[in-house]
Structures are given as structure tokens and as C-alpha cells.
Design a protein around this ligand. Structure first.
Ligand code: NDP
Length: 290
């Protein structure tokens, strides 16, 4: 807990990150373009660096969390020489290509670079619920894991710097898919006077049940073989048609089920109707038709 750490960028997230390091007892140096955002942290014991360069030099580890990658490159570009020997962890949200490019850019300037993604809101930072993903050379992560532990549940995904961003959006895809499916069902049940709170426990049970299928289905995808052990895709497609018809009959939006039925129909047309649902990975693994 006596390892010094620097946090650059004190927006809502950066303030939470710096606050968690302070709370865990780390000597914490901060810098923000708008210096006033450091006031509260300084009251809690943070050191406000007079420049980005000074912030980078304050210790062996710097966390940066700005609006986007462009802001990161602009800011650190001006402090060019100062990256040498620093471990730089970029927790700014962005895509995998930006992460890989920024890694190359930072490494050329002598930094030990890790990319990261925060799967949490600021109030959760510092608790086990805050999932913080890292990717890049593992030794850089291991050297600072005990410091990073102050932020939440921190994990290393692999050496490819793009992995944290990819896991980030993959997690969002999961989140929105579950939420949208739940809203579809809630809208259907509302037409019969069932309120959302009544349906929610049932929906949760379904979502948890489906989640238990993932490891077995993942094995099929990794093997590239999709025998219909419990159900064939054409059986699913018939149930999808039923969901669309019911939605339309009661005046509920049917766009979402139509979208996934169109994907299933394409897979069936390609000859996969007798295989199991995860064969749809072939549709997901290529550009769509929009
Ligand atoms: P804020 O808008 O609160 O803060 C943005 C920060 O970026 C500020 O410190 C701002 O400085 C700084 N900044 C922007 N442009 C520049 C620039 N050109 N030069 C220097 N500094 C710059 O955003 P958040 O803190 O909420 O988010 C930061 C990152 O964390 C984003 O990538 C976001 O996607 C990610 N994140 C946020 C979550 C959240 O719930 N808030 C959840 C998960 C990830 P200044 O104060 O001077 O404007």
C-alpha cells in the first residue's frame, strides 16, 4: 500500500480511481486539464502535479482515464520524452484497433503499456463488483497487480492489447441482449395486465437457465460441430415465428425477433436447419446485410 501511483484525468471515473488508491493508502499523484477537479482529492491527501510530465515522473505506475483515445494521444504526445520507463495503463474506453495502435505508439516512446477497460460505474470503484480488465504483456500487469487491486476485481486477459476493448464490447452485447429480451417479454405481458415486477423473477430464472447452457454450446463452437442434442435450429425458428406473430397480434414491437429470425432463416437456407442453435456463430462471424 506504500507504492506510489499517478492518475491522469479526473473526470467522474478518474476521480473514483484516484479516490480508491488514496483509500487503500497509496501515495497518489493526480493531474487534470481542469485543475479544480483535483480539489477534493487533494483534501484527501493526493498530490497535484503541476504538469503532465511531473505527474508521469512521480512514480513507476500511471493510470490514464480520459474521454477518448484522441485525448490520450494529444495529451501524452506533448509529454513525449517522459514516457520512458513508465508503466502506463490506459483505462480510457475505445476500440481494439485504437488500443493496439496506442500500445505501439507508447512502446516506441519507452513505456510499458497496458490497455484496460472498466466494466463498472464510478461509485463501484474500490469494491469487488468493479470489474477492471487489462491486456498487454503479463509481466507489466503482475508487477503492479497488488496496487491495481485497490480498484476492484482486476484481471489480465492476454498479451494482445486489443483484448480488453473486445471483452468490453462483448460484455455490452450480452448486457443489451438480455435487457432487450426482457423488455420484449415485459411488453408482451403488459398487454395482459401483468406488471413488470411480476414478470421479472420469471425472466431472471429463464436468463439464469440459459446462462448454464453457454459452456456446452461454447464447446460445440470451438469444435466446429453442432449436433442437435436438445433442439434443432428449425425448431427454434418455428418458435421465433410464433413470438413474432404473437407480438404483432397484441400490438407489440416485433423488430428484435424479426432480426434474429432472419439470421436463423439464412442459416437454415445454408443447410444448417438440423443443427443446434450455436451454429448461428457462422452468421455472427461475418458482416450483416444492413
Ligand atoms: P468525464 O467526461 O467525466 O471526464 C473526462 C476526462 O477527460 C476529464 O478529466 C477531462 O478533462 C479529460 N479530457 C478530455 N479531453 C481531454 C484533452 N483533450 N486533454 C486533456 N484531458 C482531457 O468522463 P468519465 O470520467 O466518466 O469517463 C472517462 C473514461 O472512462 C471514458 O473513456 C469512459 O468511457 C470510461 N468509463 C466511464 C464510466 C462511467 O460510468 N463514468 C464507466 C466505464 C468506463 P477536463 O476535466 O479538463 O474536462
Amino acid at each position: 500500500t506504500d507504492t506510489p501511483v499517478t492518475v491522469i484525468g479526473l473526470g467522474l471515473m478518474g476521480q473514483a480511481l484516484a479516490g480508491a488508491f488514496l483509500k487503500a493508502g497509496h501515495p497518489t499523484t493526480v493531474w487534470n486539464r481542469t485543475a479544480a477537479k483535483a480539489d477534493q482529492l487533494v483534501d484527501q491527501g493526493a498530490q497535484l502535479a503541476p504538469s503532465v510530465g511531473d505527474a508521469l515522473k512521480a512514480g513507476p505506475l500511471t493510470i490514464i482515464c480520459l474521454t477518448d483515445y484522441q485525448a490520450v494521444r494529444e495529451l501524452l504526445g506533448a509529454a513525449d520524452a517522459e514516457l520512458d520507463g513508465t508503466t502506463l495503463i490506459n483505462l480510457t474506453s475505445g476500440d481494439s484497433a485504437q488500443a493496439r495502435e496506442t500500445a505501439q505508439w507508447a512502446e516506441q516512446r519507452g513505456a510499458h503499456y497496458l490497455d484496460g477497460a472498466i466494466m463498472a460505474v464510478p461509485p463501484a470503484i474500490g469494491t469487488a463488483e468493479a470489474m477492471i480488465l487489462h491486456s498487454g504483456p503479463k509481466p507489466y500487469f503482475e508487477a503492479h497487480k497488488s496496487t491495481l487491486d485497490a480498484l476492484g476485481t482486476v484481471t489480465h486477459l492476454g498479451a494482445d492489447h486489443g483484448l480488453a476493448s473486445l471483452y468490453d464490447v462483448a460484455g455490452l452485447a450480452m448486457m443489451w441482449s438480455v435487457l432487450n429480451a426482457w423488455l420484449q417479454g415485459t411488453a408482451l405481458l403488459k398487454t395482459a395486465g401483468v406488471d413488470a415486477a411480476t414478470y421479472a423473477p420469471f425472466a431472471r430464472q429463464i436468463a439464469e437457465g440459459v446462462a448454464t447452457w453457454l459452456p456446452g454450446y461454447a464447446e460445440q463452437i470451438d469444435r466446429g460441430s453442432f449436433p442437435a442434442e436438445v433442439s434443432a435450429l428449425e425448431t427454434d425458428a418455428r418458435a421465433m415465428a410464433h413470438l413474432i406473430e404473437e407480438s404483432e397480434a397484441v400490438g407489440v414491437n416485433a423488430e428484435l425477433p424479426k432480426l434474429f429470425k432472419a439470421m436463423a432463416d439464412r442459416a437454415i437456407a445454408a443447410g444448417h436447419g438440423g443443427e443446434q442453435y450455436p451454429v448461428l456463430i457462422e452468421e455472427f462471424g461475418k458482416p450483416g446485410t444492413d
